[in-house]
Write a protein that binds this ligand. Structure first.
Ligand SMILES: Nc1ncnc2c1ncn2[C@@H]1O[C@H](COP(=O)(O)OP(=O)(O)O)[C@@H](O)[C@H]1O
Ligand SMILES: [Mg+2]
Length: 346
């Protein structure tokens, strides 16, 4: 095969980046390609560096080029991270913050929504992705069940326009499917749904993109950790000891050497009960000090404690999360958590 730029591109189209399910050329990973008589030089733009996929792709590219153009050819490939290149679908997003939990029903979505609102109130540009594709709740929590994101075309590919509410850009699988029906996803479908919500959307410029993850440690968490540059994870738990085994598993997943997403801290939700007519009362119905003990055992900071308050549930159900009510003590608790998170990125 004659060595030209276009023949090199043709060969590289045969190299697949499995995390995104397409070839490196169509994914836009190929950059600054230079071809001379006996040498090929280019950069490959990865979502993040240091993942096993990096070597696999580089080796596959080298092998394919040598097979096509001969063993003597000089090949110089430099891997580069999307954020250093200053592009990629999420290039305008400064920080991705994942909200995770060991179990469902602990208030992860409630925390994600209220945290997004508190971050926005502090002056940041904020987006919220409902990556809990098995049980989406952002449409209801933001009173946007009947809305549908717009779609336009850019370079022949559809681009989703997030819905905006309370100054926050929102996307959820719930905007695209009938949430009354059970959502059954096989692994690859789940991964592709996540990639669409993140990579095929027009997020523009954001300081924080908060991600409401499904509970536990599945495909979605793995894809997020491996294919995106996540700045930090917040872990939500309730005070019951039975929940802790799951929390630990979730925390340990982010600590794995190959994923290394920094854990920003733990949020203890439903830490105590406060009746709405006695806002100063604290009933420690699960006992005291569990949040601190969990955080200590995991070696991470306790970012905040949120009480059980009826208004938290009713406000979430009615589409206006409690943090919107600036005067409420809960809003103040989320403001503090948001401020603590922001200090970690200054
Ligand atoms: N601190 C709280 N006080 C009262 N109700 C809460 C609190 N946190 C969450 N809830 C309610 O508990 C239910 C589960 O919360 P959700 O955020 O959907 O959990 P998850 O996303 O972890 O499954 C929801 O109905 C929510 O409104
Ligand atoms: Mg949820």
């Amino acid at each position: 095969m004659t060595l030209t730029k276009s023949s090199v591109i043709e060969i590289l189209k045969g190299v697949i980046f499995f995390a995104k399910g397409d070839n490196i050329v169509d994914l836009g990973m190929l950059d600054e390609l230079e071809v001379t008589e006996a040498a090929i030089k280019f950069r490959l733009v990865f979502p993040k560096l240091g993942e096993p996929a990096e070597n696999i792709v580089m080796n596959a590219a080298t092998k394919a080029l040598r097979e096509a153009f001969g063993e003597e050819i000089k090949i110089d490939i430099t891997p580069i991270a999307e954020k250093d290149k200053g592009r990629g679908p999420l290039a305008g997003v400064k920080h991705i913050i994942a909200v995770a939990s060991g179990k469902g029903g602990v208030g992860k979505s409630t925390v994600a929504a209220n945290l997004a609102i508190a971050l926005a109130r502090s002056g940041s540009q904020v987006g919220l992705v409902d990556a809990d594709i098995y049980g989406p709740s952002v449409p209801m929590m933001f009173g946007t069940e009947n809305q549908q994101p717009g779609v336009f075309e850019r370079e022949g590919k559809p681009v989703i326009v997030p819905i905006e509410k309370y100054g926050i850009k929102l996307l959820s699988i719930g905007y695209f499917v009938d949430t009354d029906k059970p959502l059954i996803w096989r692994g690859p479908m789940a991964t592709s749904a996540l990639n669409q919500l993140l990579s095929d959307a027009d997020w523009g410029v954001l300081d924080f993109l908060v991600i409401d993850l499904p509970p536990g440690t599945g495909d979605i968490q793995l894809t997020l950790a491996q294919s995106y540059s996540v700045s930090g994870a917040v872990i939500v738990t309730t005070p019951q000891k039975v929940a802790f085994a799951d929390v630990k598993r979730a925390a340990n997943m982010f600590k794995q050497e190959k994923l290394t997403i920094p854990i920003l801290g733990l949020i203890e939700n439903m830490a105590y009960f406060t009746p709405s007519d006695m806002p100063d009362k604290k009933y420690l119905i699960f006992g005291e000090g569990h949040g601190e003990a969990f955080a200590q055992e995991l070696g991470i900071p306790l970012l905040g404690q949120i009480p059980i308050v009826e208004k938290i549930a009713s406000s979430g159900d009615s589409g206006s999360p409690i943090a919107l009510d600036e005067q409420s003590p809960i809003a103040k608790a989320f403001d503090e958590i948001a401020a603590t998170i922001k200090t970690k990125f200054n």
